[in-house]
Ligand binder design. Structure first.
Ligand code: BGC
Length: 763
């Protein structure tokens, strides 16, 4: 027996030269599977568990403490450190381990830019322009990889229909198709041809799954959903982003039909691995494993670890439980060696794909090459940021051509957001520096030069509500209030307004009001700012509201007061210049809303692709016993897909290449688009379909295509969409995914509410 053992060991050594030295990494020339298998065979259980830990640099884990953990082989990856100098020190530490020198990977929340901040994701989605989105993705990856990073916690593709949820700012809106298209474009642009490229990052699509559907829009809350809605409306963007090759997926903090996603083997194994064939890494969200106890599905920390790992979590973000409990769990057999190996395999696979085994310093470059000043102006990509930001701005109202403004006379720029360098960056602004952003005031001054006089008054604080202010400042002094009395600030602004030809007021939310853990029950503009708007309105001067906010707001009152309204979201480093470009007409606005704007919170959830009811409300024939609220006008204030331009466009009724469509086939839907105004401009042609009669009730319309089209003044173009029969598929009551024969409406419009319709038959 003894002899047999040593013989088999001998054979193993002869057959696998990679195993000859148990302290050395295998040759990086091996193909991935062979490499990772060989490496796994050399690893001790402790080394394996170390690889499953993702540690955040922060007050709980200062850099020095983390370096100790690295020395002990207890870390697989790091996040929240963003300079090459810091990253290099940590990687050096891993490279000095006495045994296997497995490189660390470094991650960060690069959601809409790293050093150059692009518009928040909701703003990017408002561009309806995949090239603009890809530009932002490529530059974010360039800057992130130049900082030594390997992975980003993005894109966030949680479909959401609830603007109370603060994280709508990070997402791409309410629509499945638009979110999927943009999510895919982000993965492709951030990862490049492969995430191992010098200027690519690996993406980690989040938050899997359904985080955008938290009940009541309250962050971290429950999600409960029918399988049909889940797979029809909420899952496709994750799938699209993963199919585009995302190497990672971040698991959501919420429950899905009673089971926390972190504990849900159906979600993480059956759907993700078996049905979708995802081969990358799953990462739990911050502290999510501990939270299984609070969710009430684990009675102790050790049970939480057992459940999470067995459910399919590979890497644990920011909790110390894996290291504490996995050894015991393996010993007792509650977690099998095979489960551990599977999880570690995924970590090693992504490290291989990032090119780290070939060169642990691949994103760091040689010693001495680190930038002296990580915030150097030369490291920014301002032109691209401005181009993209311009496209994200949505003109909501423009009475009597108030806009564009002339570069002459006096313009009063007021409002608490007009000169805030921090707020304009929006949520998750990565390594962006407020000092480098261009505010609206600065942008207006840059654009006006000496042609017009710009006067400024702050006019109001973001909020004077003490508790809200304390909340917004609970982690750092994010919102700094002016100590003057509200009346004094308003008086100053009114005085400035009276002496001006036009007022431009920047109002809305602070950066932290639309963020993680920033749910609101009231989505109006805060009272302090409303009082300012009232006073400005009373001057009788033309009033332009520049909205800065990270969610759809309820704006019925402001819509009545303003002469013009421009939704600018949080537009990033070059936001002020981009907004000024639009206000002065140097760029003709072309953005379209990716989310419906409700009239009031009571209408939520409100989304364009709802099902019909048996008693639809008809505006031209109102009737009591129809589906509506009797204390509010029906429908949104601004519908999905809406946005004005300084020119006007007309769109013809769609024509079809054939009145019938065969399964597996496609038809072409064409419209004639004309710029009927006197300015060049872009608009977005939007294609919707409706299944007239099916085995289940189908949405009144669903987006199936869009094209952003540039038209010179007076120009006409034909816009053609290819509509595949596959796009008509849906999940029926038995969860069969199929298109059912019969009549379909096909609609084209420049927003979701005003469309022109024709019909075809699916054979
Ligand atoms: C968020 C994630 C984020 C992570 C790391 C969590 O609280 O939910 O979206 O990527 O923190 O910063």
């Amino acid at each position: 027996m003894k002899w047999l053992c040593s013989l088999s060991l001998l054979t193993a050594l002869t057959l696998h030269p990679a195993l000859a030295d148990n302290t050395q990494l295998p040759s990086p020339d091996l193909p991935r599977d062979a490499y990772v298998n060989a490496l796994l065979q050399k690893m001790t259980l402790e080394e394996k568990i170390g690889q499953l830990r993702l540690i955040s640099v922060g007050p709980e884990n200062p850099k020095e403490a983390i370096r100790e953990m690295i020395k002990n082989g207890q870390v697989g990856a790091i996040f929240n450190t963003v300079t090459r100098q810091d990253i290099r020190k940590m990687q050096d530490q891993a490279m000095q381990l006495p045994r296997l020198k497995i490189p660390l990977f470094f991650a960060y929340d690069i959601v809409h830019g790293q050093r150059t901040i692009f518009p928040i994701s909701l703003g990017l989605a408002s561009s309806w322009n995949l090239d603009a989105v890809a530009t932002s993705g490529r530059i974010a990856a360039f800057e992130g990889s130049e900082d030594g990073l390997n992975m980003t916690w993005a894109p966030m593709v949680d479909v959401t229909r609830d603007p109370r949820w603060g994280r709508v700012s990070e997402g791409l809106g309410e629509d499945t198709f638009l979110t999927a298209e943009i999510g895919r474009a982000l993965v492709q642009s951030i990862q490049g041809k492969n995430p191992g490229e010098r200027h690519a990052l690996m993406t980690s699509v989040k938050h899997f799954a359904l985080y955008g559907a938290v009940e009541g829009g309250r962050d971290y809350n429950t999600v409960d959903m029918s399988p049909q809605r889940m797979f029809q409306d909420y899952m496709p963007p994750y799938k699209a982003a993963l199919d585009a090759g995302s190497g990672g997926v971040m698991v959501a903090l919420n429950t899905v039909n009673g089971i926390p996603a972190t504990a849900d083997s159906w979600l993480l194994k059956d759907v993700l691995r078996k049905q979708w064939h995802f081969s990358g890494i799953t990462i739990s969200d911050h502290g999510a494993i501990k939270e299984l106890i609070k969710h009430g599905v684990a009675s102790s920390p050790i049970e939480a670890v057992k459940i999470a790992l067995n459910a399919g979590i590979n890497m644990s973000m920011s909790d110390e439980y894996f290291i504490r409990y996995l050894p015991q769990l393996v010993k007792s057999g509650d977690v099998s060696q095979q489960e551990i190996d599977e999880a570690v395999r995924h970590v090693l696979n992504v490290k291989y794909d990032m090119g780290l085994f070939r060169d642990p310093y691949s994103h760091l470059g040689p010693v001495g090459s680190d930038p002296q000043d990580t915030n150097a102006e030369s490291r920014l990509h301002r032109d691209a940021a401005r181009q993209v930001a311009r496209q994200s701005l949505v003109l909501l109202k423009n009475r009597l051509h108030t806009l564009p403004l002339k570069k002459q006379g006096t313009i009063a720029v007021v409002g608490p957001l007009a000169d805030s360098q921090r707020d304009i960056m929006g949520s998750w602004s990565a390594a962006g520096r407020p000092g480098q952003t261009v505010t609206l005031l600065q942008g207006m001054r840059n654009a006006a030069g000496n042609k017009a006089t710009i006067v400024y008054a702050r006019g109001a604080n973001i909020t004077d509500h003490k508790d809200m202010l304390a909340y917004l400042n609970s982690y750092d002094r994010a919102v700094q209030n002016d100590s003057r009395a509200p009346r004094a600030m308003i008086d100053e602004a009114v005085k400035a307004a009276r002496n001006a030809d036009v007022i431009v007021a920047a109002v809305g939310e602070s950066q932290g009001m639309a963020h993680e853990a920033s749910s609101r029950t009231n989505i109006t503009i805060p009272d302090s700012q409303r009082a300012l708007i009232d006073a400005l309105k009373a001057t009788g001067k033309p009033l332009v509201l520049v909205l800065m906010n990270g969610r759809p707001l309820a704006l019925v009152r402001e819509d009545q007061q303003a002469d013009a309204m421009l939704e600018t979201w949080f537009s990033g480093t070059e936001g002020g210049n981009a907004i000024a470009d639009v206000l002065f007409g140097d760029y003709n606005p072309s953005g379209k809303l990716p989310m419906s704007f409700p009239r009031s919170v009571g209408q939520i959830p409100i989304y364009y692709n709802h099902l019909p009811t048996g008693r639809p409300y008809l505006a031209d024939k109102p009737d009591k016993y129809t589906s509506h609220y009797y204390d509010e006008a029906n429908g949104p204030l601004y519908p999905f897909g809406f946005g004005l331009s300084y020119t006007t466009f007309s769109v013809s009724a769609p024509t079809l290449s054939s009145p019938t469509l065969r399964r597996g086939g496609s038809i072409t839907v064409s419209v004639t688009l004309t710029n009927t105004g006197d300015r060049d401009g872009d608009t977005v042609a939007q294609l919707y379909v409706h299944d007239v009669a099916a085995s289940s009730s189908r949405p009144v319309k669903e987006l199936k295509g869009f094209q952003k089209v540039f038209l010179k003044a007076g120009e006409t173009k034909t816009v053609a969409f290819k509509l595949d029969a596959d796009a008509l598929k849906f999940y029926d009551q038995q969860m069969r995914f199929a298109a059912e024969p019969g009549e379909f409406e096909v609609m084209v419009g420049l927003d979701s509410a005003r469309v022109k319709t024709t019909r075809f038959t699916l054979l």
